[in-house]
Design a protein around this ligand. Sequence first.
Ligand code: IFL
Length: 433
Amino acid sequence: MAGLVGGAAAAAAPVSTAGKSEFVTVKKTHFARKGKTYYIAGANFWYGGYLGSPSGVGERARLRKELDTMKAIGINNVRVLAVSEKTDMSSAVRPATTNGPGKYDEDLLAGLDFLVDELGKRDMTVVLYLNNFWQWSGGMTQYLNWFEGTPALDPNVTKDYDDYMARTARFYANKEAQKEYRGTIKKIVQRVNTINGKPYRDDPVIMSWQLANEPRPGNGKASDKEKAIYTTWIAETAQYIHELDKNHLVSSGSEGLAGSAQDAKLFMASHSSKHIDYLTYHLWPKNWGWFDSKKPVESWNGAIAKSRDYLNSHIDMARTMGKPIVLEEFGLDRDGASFDIKAGTKIRDRFYGEIFELIGRRAAAGDPIAGWNFWAWGGAGRAANADYWWKQGNDFMGDPPQEEQGLYSVFDADASSLALIKDHADKLRSLQK
Ligand SMILES: O=C1NC[C@H](CO)[C@@H](O)[C@@H]1O
């Protein structure tokens, strides 16, 4: 509008010209986009917004190159951390998009704007998660530090994950924490992109808002009360997001059974809300003790059998629930349990191949599996320290700061892995009719 001054011009952002078909939607048990079935051949790229920042941590040239490399191997979607909370925990990323309740780092949030805009130029989509059950971005434990006054818990320090999960799950019923969380959700969902002037809620580049990364009801012994609180939290938060934004899908970010105290009834009940548009699950054979990367031969058969069962049982639950499901995280470490980029990826490639083949076969059969995102894109990032731990100022890569840098990252130099990803991304794309 001619004559508008400064902020007013930004406020009068162009209304999106995107038609509904540009958005990723759910048609029965599949995704649809631009008039075709849409399958996700994706990467986890938690730090994508950080690279897009115009200031300190931003590396916009690297971001463009990473997106070009991903695009070239057929990756069509990235799963990205949208917000982080400033914390004194050593295992968390610095800086954070939120420096305290209601205090946001506009430079870092402008990084998300840049990422979304660059993805749009490449016809790629993004899943944005709005919190984290784990400590590496501050997350729910940091909210409890703000509003319960309890210390933000770092399981890398306490070495007690059961205690961590039980305490962190108190986030769901903490009214002040929920009020602040919803304030942040509103801030992001109603954001106007400072790069292209598009309101996020009118931008089809965004595929889905995700409640959190790996929200769990508590630990493996979660009580019925904790499970009920968790189920209500998912339903009410998903509904809140849909009230803010009628265009985009909403998902939970759940790992599936592993994130539901191994309780299938809980997984299905907590995702039955009409406001949860599709299901998610994650597969971690090493983290879950199925695979011993120091004894790969001895542990492979058991690990792959459990993995196949996990993959298939969740697709079957999705069919029962009549919703698409995405395997939005999976990973395995490098040969010899090495973090060194010079170590081989033979075993990881074999694992990826098994997953791609099973998902490709069931997708081709019309089952409700809508694709995958591997964990995680390391690209040009390189570990900076002899102990492989991240320090502020080091490259970002697929492994967040709570893990050794190189643990699960797929680097731009991992040629066999990239070739495998490309081959199976092409196969999924061939199903899009
Ligand atoms: O969401 C996650 N799932 C597993 C990853 C690798 O351990 C971890 O880094 C991340 O918190």
